[in-house]
Design a protein around this ligand. Sequence first.
Ligand code: 5GP
Ligand code: ZN
Length: 150
Amino acid sequence: MTDLCLFCGIIAGTVPSVKVAEDETTFAFMDINPGSDGHILVIPKRHSKDLFEIPDEDLTAVTLAAQRIAKAAVAEFGADGVNLLNCCGADAWQTVFHFHLHVIPRYLDKTKDRLVLPWQPGTPGDLEAIDTLGSRLFTTLDGQLSEALE
Ligand code: 5GP
Ligand code: ZN
């Protein structure tokens, strides 16, 4: 619990919200500026700033809750699909610094759906750059794994 955190306030009930689900570890409520009809946020009750800080057990619980809620939302709202989204860091669009997963039902009917992809799907990448970046990350992750096993 952090006094200055908006989402901690929602969990505590000092900030109003439209709750859709709650269990021991997680809380889910409607987003106030929905990207589509039925946009939901799923958060851990224990405060973590972001994806890098959240403990394994809270991340697992939030992800499983988001899956359950996504299935229910698609069925209940008659959606055609669903996106899960996490923003980590201000430059990656994070505006509230209490970890959350967006559950965003998607509709063919665009009167219900205001989401657009921020990049042009199908634009071919630079194959050399893809290979270089992939190889660098593989080496880093492989090194971390070896260190952990030592
Ligand atoms: P972020 O940009 O950090 O990934 O997402 C923050 C989300 O929180 C946004 O989609 C925003 O609409 C939502 N949000 C911000 N303030 C409130 C609030 O007071 N109540 C609710 N229900 N959602 C909020
Ligand atoms: Zn918080």
